[in-house]
Ligand binder design. Structure first.
Ligand code: B3K
Ligand code: ZN
Length: 873
């Protein structure tokens, strides 16, 4: 497979102005008739052939303006159709057959639980019909769907229904019209035995929009939260960005087999059922919040993505980074803002930093790719969102909003670039953002080394910041970035933020300093007392910041920093220092000793009644094994696990009474609601329970069993069950697991949780369990949710996946090889843990490398090929 380069971009030679499609549905042979109105673009030579993409299509007929083409008039190969001579304006009529029933890749038109659905982004439309499958070709669409009245009573596509009727042989049809020109990646079709819940929304200009959520009949009681989230999103986008919905109908459909979370098809969003269905008895708080965020994300795409779309796929972060930023702000406004930020950053620093440090590191705007599907990454999405957040902070919200207005107005109905977006921000703010643009071009996580000195004599604080970005594959030289560092100086005597004065200018108690050079020293004057700096407040830039804090200073910031995010971060840093010592002790075979300062800090947290329970729960959460691993030069899987368990148990032993009190004080009989208050209370209660269970005493087990038996809501049940199953106590673990499995055997999404709970336990029998569960009737390798819940979750079980006999790696490689044939997109994602082989000890490196080599010997999809090739380079 050959890479595509951003620098090779050429505008399309031909535009499609209108697309008419007719689908005659059949699992083995769906006939797709297309009539495309095509125009040659200005300044394009009349001899230029028309080249259309097409894959896995069997061509039935081809005509231009009603005249059939002879075989000599065109060239057909594996992935394209070339017509040598075409008029300046014409209609192209084609008929092809496709086989949705045999489509296991879940791209293009496929069947999921017997129903038909589509996934076209990024390049799936070429598996439906011959078409210029690129986002800068935008057309209006008219789509007729023909199906069986019994099997497919519901026939949906984008836009508004304009006609319907019955046909011969028990068939019927519905015709849809989408008046908004769109690229074909936003095309969607759904057909099946679906049932809807309906609601209405009145837009800010007073238009009535019908809202529908379509699901399988048994899921009708699981749509309430998604509907409420949708309405909140619609209000939020009107109030925050002035963006109104633009059709009379907005539909969401839940499908069981889906590669990603959801897809923003115009007027017809298609969701993975796991990303839309909720019920207090079947979904956890985390799922409720995730659903809210994804519903919002897809809805927000209607403007940031659909009305204004990407010129080419290199610009993917233009819509994804911006839309993630928008959904993050929405969730922060709807729930607890500090907790949202803590959770997002915590995930980001674990997973995106790892991506940036590995062989698949790439810039927010890549300059080449082999398979675009591999670029739906944490870098494009989450780092892209961090870059937009920095932009917003740099220009200020007022200017940002003005820039966004200009962007939506000027480029409405167009396919544009990241420069177009940033250009609007420059215009609105009057700032030059040239250096800032490097954030889009440079891969890797910038590191800042900071140190500070307090000069008592002159009452000055001198802060020196030095930046460097490590080399990444294909990018050895890095330029200095423009890094906004939000900060404060916290007085060690007063415990208060001191006023920041620089070069005679009073900046306030909290300010942003701009690091632009490789090294800069910032001198703060009139600093009346010795301060501890609080740097990178609210994670003001996606960087690693090193400052030689003492443990006393961290304990001080933990209680005194006015920035909630940095208070949490100080606790994480303090825990990390203790963990580092314990990891070293474990390695050297010396006795582990708990750092009393961490214990005391936790005691303070538990007893001083931090007012925000959700923040407190986050502060009591230790850095994950994956995050700790990111901080180590060479990952020692066992030492990390042992050190973290030691800290958990030491804290539980020392603070047992406090944890019991916290647990008991936060139990509640109130009816479940996914409100911030309730979620905060549950997370605090459950984190306390998890500490108590780390010592597995009778009382803790009794608490867990009671919580499990009370069966009050899935959050509590799942938490209790996980703790029981992850304990050493087989006598309590097995019965609970069995009871849960039997109770929920009928519910696929709950069974996914049942898989995950078992394969994430620390006991050494997990690999065998994974093998066993892969034969379970509730498992199917063709369903991405099942693969993620069982195999994906297993790879996150670090002590077991990284077993020294290499069997964990071999199991993963086996699954990747099988999925490479069935579903390349999922296979290429699943292989990720193996690609990080260079981070481990020599023995594991060799084992992981060997499995990558084994995969490479297979006839590979371009997806898996690209990832494995990079990993072995
Ligand atoms: N835009 C989709 C991504 C689907 C791509 C799958 N290959 C989901 C989203 O970001 O909203
Ligand atoms: Zn998106």
């Amino acid at each position: 497979p050959q890479p595509v380069y951003l620098s090779d971009y050429q505008p399309p030679a031909y535009q499609v102005t209108h697309t008419e499609l007719t689908f005659d549905l059949d699992p083995a042979a769906t006939r797709v008739k297309a009539r495309l109105l095509i125009e040659r673009n200005e300044n394009v030579d009349a001899q230029t052939p028309l080249v259309l993409n097409g894959e896995q299509l069997s061509l039935v007929s081809l005509a231009i303006d009603g005249t059939p083409l002879a075989e000599a008039d065109y060239q057909l190969d594996e992935d394209s159709l070339r017509i040598m001579q075409v008029p300046a304006t014409f209609s192209l009529e084609s008929e092809v057959d496709i086989a949705p029933g045999a489509n296991t890749a879940l791209e293009g038109l496929y069947q999921s639980s017997g129903m038909y659905c589509t996934q076209c982004e990024a390049e799936g439309f070429r598996r439906i019909t011959f078409y210029p499958d690129r986002p800068d070709v935008m057309a209006t669409f008219t789509v007729t769907v023909i199906g069986d009245q019994n099997n497919e009573p519901v026939l949906l596509a984008n836009g508004n229904p304009v006609d319907s009727g019955t046909l011969e042989n028990g068939r019927h049809f519905v015709k849809w019209e989408d008046p908004h020109p769109k690229p074909c990646y936003l095309f969607a079709l759904v057909a099946g035995d679906l049932h809807k819940v309906e609601d209405h929304f009145s837009t800010m200009s007073g238009r009535d929009v019908t809202l529908q959520i379509w699901v399988e009949k048994e899921n009708l009681d699981k749509t309430e939260h998604a509907m409420a989230s949708l309405k909140r999103s619609m209000v939020w986008d009107e109030q925050t960005y002035g963006r109104e919905y633009d059709l009379d109908l907005f539909m969401i459909v839940a499908v069981n087999d889906f590669n990603m979370g959801a897809m923003e098809n115009k007027g017809l969003n298609i969701f993975n059922s796991a990303a839309v269905l909720t019920h207090p008895n079947t979904a956890t708080d985390a799922t409720f919040q995730n659903v809210e965020g994804i519903v919002a994300h897809e809805y927000f795409h209607n403007w940031s993505g659909n009305r204004v779309t990407c010129r080419d796929w290199f610009q993917l972060s233009l819509k994804e980074g911006f839309t993630v930023f928008r959904d993050q702000c929405f969730s922060a406004d709807t729930n607890s803002a500090p907790v949202k930020r803590i959770q997002d950053v915590s995930f980001f620093r674990t997973a995106q930093f790892a991506e940036d440090a590995g062989p698949t590191a790439h810039p927010v705007r890549p300059d080449h790719y082999i398979e675009i599907t591999n670029f739906y990454t944490l870098t494009i999405y989450e780092k892209g969102a961090e870059v937009v957040r920095m932009l917003c902070n740099l220009v200020g919200w007022e200017n940002f909003r003005q820039g966004a207005d200009a962007y939506f107005e000027r480029f409405d109905g167009q396919a544009v670039t990241i420069e177009d977006f940033v250009g609007c921000m420059e215009e609105a703010s009057g700032q030059t953002l040239d250096q800032f643009m490097r954030w889009y071009a440079q891969a890797g996580t910038p590191e800042i080394d900071a140190h500070g000195e307090y000069d008592y004599v002159h009452s000055e604080y001198r802060l020196t910041l030095r930046q460097r970005t490590p080399a990444t594959p294909g990018q050895t030289e890095k330029q200095p970035l423009h890094i906004p560092v939000r900060m404060g100086l916290v007085g060690t005597k007063s415990g208060q933020d001191l006023t920041l004065t620089m070069a005679g200018e009073v900046l306030g108690k909290d300010a942003v300093i701009h690091l632009r050079d490789n090294e800069q020293t910032f001198v703060f004057t009139d600093v009346a007392e010795a301060p501890v700096p609080s740097l990178l407040r609210d994670f003001s830039a996606p960087v690693k910041l090193y400052f030689p804090y003492s443990r006393e200073e961290l304990a001080f910031l933990l209680t005194h920093d006015s920035d909630g995010f940095n208070r949490w971060d100080a606790g994480q840093r303090l825990a990390m220092l203790a963990l580092d010592d314990l990891i070293a002790a474990h390695r050297n075979g010396v006795e582990k000793v708990m750092d009393g300062r961490v214990t005391e800090a936790f005691r303070t947290l538990l007893t001083s009644s931090v007012s925000d329970k959700a923040v407190l729960a986050e502060m009591l959460t230790l850095p994950s094994e994956a995050y700790i691993a990111e901080q180590q030069p060479i990952v020692d899987v066992d030492a990390i696990h042992a050190a973290r368990e030691f800290v958990r148990q030491s804290l539980a032993l020392a603070l047992r009474d406090e944890f019991v009190a916290t647990f008991e004080a936060n139990r509640s009989e109130e009816a479940y609601a996914p409100t911030s208050e309730q979620i905060a209370q549950r997370s605090l209660k459950n984190i306390a329970l998890s500490y108590l269970m780390s010592i597995e005493d009778e009382q803790a087990i009794a608490f867990c069993q009671a919580q499990f038996a009370a069966d009050h809501n899935m959050t509590d049940v799942r938490y209790a069950l996980t703790l029981l199953v992850h304990s050493e106590r087989d006598d309590v673990s097995s019965p609970a697991l069995k009871a849960f499995g039997e109770k929920w055997a009928h519910d696929s999404l709950v069974m996914d949780q049942w898989f995950t709970i078992q394969v994430t336990r620390p006991q050494p029998d997990v690999l065998e369990r994974v093998e066993f569960l892969m034969q379970h009737p509730a498992f199917s390798i063709k369903n991405p949710n099942k693969v993620r819940a069982l195999v994906g979750a297993f790879t996150q079980n670090r002590v077991n996946f990284h077993r020294l006999d290499g069997k964990g790696y071999a199991l993963l490689a086996d699954v990747v090889i099988e999925l490479n044939r069935l579903n390349p997109e999922i296979a290429a994602r699943l292989v990720t843990p193996l690609t990080r082989w260079q981070r481990f000890d020599e023995a594991r490196q060799a084992l992981m490398h060997a499995q990558l080599e084994r995969i490479k010997k297979e006839p590979l999809s371009s997806n898996v090929y690209e990832v494995v090739e990079k990993a072995l380079a």
